[in-house]
Design a protein around this ligand. Structure first.
Ligand code: URP
Ligand code: ZN
Ligand code: ZN
Length: 459
């Protein structure tokens, strides 16, 4: 059925104007004032509302075997949570461990999503080992439409790779024109600090941050930059959390390294004192890189406004309270991760745009357009234009609410942003022209989501 969205104010990364949007066959076919529509068209009145391109979360974990357990969401729950929060596409980290076969892992991750997601999705393929068969496997995966890699410089022995493997991964990425995302923390130093702290009886969640200090993330980021420089590959630092790491990325960029930066929702709004709360209260806030000293938040907001940070993702990774308790005797066993897929847009809008820290266009850019461009989805996704997929968010800026576990769709028993006010929320969300959310509730097709095949995006 055709769809007409009338009278909204369209906001993209670089323009704003009042227009109707007419959608046929999943894509936007007309844009303009006072558009007509056939009698069978569905009409959405967007008077007084903003209309954004569907938001893209470039960093989520849904199926994730990690730290002796599994992240809680399925594609069914995560995609509905994403859509209610205005995210119409996410890129999941496909993360086989170092002992798994990469190609088998890739097909396993794909099978977990196929037919089960309400929003569109893609993958970053993690390279957690590089051996004889890895080259040909990665070529096959890229040819299948997964045109970005992920490496972990952290999590020694599980996801983490050695320098030789890092070099080979980047050299192949350079040849294929594939961007490489990286978790930048020095795995060796983290392992040594964890051991030393636990040996001193420092076992609570408050010791997680001291075991992965800012200098260790800065070193990891510098290291990645140096490897990018010598291989000519293009890199994307994920979940950058602090000033030292940002400086390392900027320094690399200034000497011509092709390096982009993502920061994630928790690091903008939460600080390390949350993880310093006793026992389970603190464990909820354990993620890596850790929540930092509060002074870093201003640095991140400024860098986001000034385009030194390219994108805002979530690193959505839900573990419930029982799972968090796996680390009750020693913080290195607390499953790392904080969920946020549902709250990213409303919190970024409220604490960024409404508080005057973030320009509306930069908001759209950081939460949608930039990721689409970096990861080979633009202009199909990330903008509102004739020919683009009709992924649209009709946004109600007069809405006032509070984030709460009681109303969330994410499959978890806490919300790290519990009690935060929000000033705005999606009133209608479409995926390729189909209305999936109305007034905060999922009303659509639970199997609407498609795997997005992507071409390599770096030259
Ligand atoms: O704590 C985190 N970030 N958990 C998910 C795995 C990762 O490092 O992205
Ligand atoms: Zn990570
Ligand atoms: Zn992650």
């Amino acid at each position: 059925m055709p769809l007409l969205i009338k009278n909204g104010e369209i906001i993209t990364a670089d323009s704003r104007w009042f227009a109707d949007i007419y959608i046929e066959d999943e894509t936007i076919s007309r844009l303009g004032r006072d558009l007509d529509a056939p009698p069978n068209a569905e009409i959405v009145d967007a008077t007084g509302k903003l209309v954004f391109p569907g938001f893209i979360d470039p960093h989520v974990h849904i199926y994730l075997p990690f730290m002796a357990t599994f992240a809680k969401d399925t594609h069914a729950s995560a995609s509905i949570a994403a859509l209610v929060g205005g995210t119409t596409t996410y890129i999941e980290m496909c993360c086989p461990s170092r002992t798994d076969d990469a190609l088998e892992g890739y097909h396993l991750w794909k099978s977990r999503a196929e037919g089960k997601s309400a929003c569109d999705y893609a993958f970053h393929m993690s390279v957690t080992r590089f051996e004889e068969c890895t080259q040909s496997q990665l070529r096959e995966i890229v040819a299948d439409g997964t045109a970005s890699f992920k490496v972990f410089l952290a999590y020694k022995g599980f996801f983490g790779i050695e320098d030789g493997e890092l070099y080979q991964t980047l050299a192949l990425a350079r040849e294929l024109g594939v961007i490489v995302a990286a978790h930048c923390e020095n795995a060796e130093i983290v392992a040594r600090l964890q051991q030393a702290l636990v040996a001193q009886g420092k076992t609570g969640p408050e010791w997680h941050e001291p075991s992965r200090p800012e200098s260790v993330e800065a070193e990891g980021t510098r290291h990645f930059g140096t490897f990018l420089e010598h291989t000519g590959a293009t890199g994307y630092v994920v979940h950058l959390s602090c000033e030292g790491a940002l400086k390392a990325a900027i320094t690399a960029k200034q000497r011509g390294v092709k390096i982009y930066v993502e920061s994630v929702l928790p690091h903008f709004l939460l600080d390390k004192t949350y993880a310093e709360r006793p026992s389970i209260d603190g464990m909820k806030y354990v993620m890596s890189p850790p929540l930092r000293d509060k002074r870093n938040q201003k640095v991140l907001w400024n860098a986001l406004a000034g385009r030194l940070i390219d994108t805002v993702g979530t690193d959505h990774c839900p573990f419930d309270l029982e799972q968090k308790m796996l680390g009750k005797d020693a913080f290195p066993h607390i499953p790392n991760g904080i969920p946020g897929i549902e709250d990213r847009i409303n919190l970024l809008y409220t604490y960024g745009v409404k508080r005057g820290v973030l320009d509306l266009h930069r908001f759209v850019d950081a939460a949608s357009t930039r990721a689409a461009k970096l990861f080979g989805l633009f202009p199909r996704k990330g903008t509102i234009a004739v020919g683009s997929d009709a992924d649209l968010v009709v946004y109600d800026t007069s809405y006032k609410g509070v984030v709460s576990v009681k109303t969330q769709h994410t499959n978890n028993d806490y919300n790290a942003f519990e009690g935060r006010d929000i000033e705005g929320r999606p009133s209608v969300v479409t995926v390729r022209g189909r209305i999936q959310v109305k007034n905060g509730e999922f009303v659509g097709d639970a199997a609407r989501g498609r795997f997005l095949k992507r071409q390599p995006s770096c030259c």
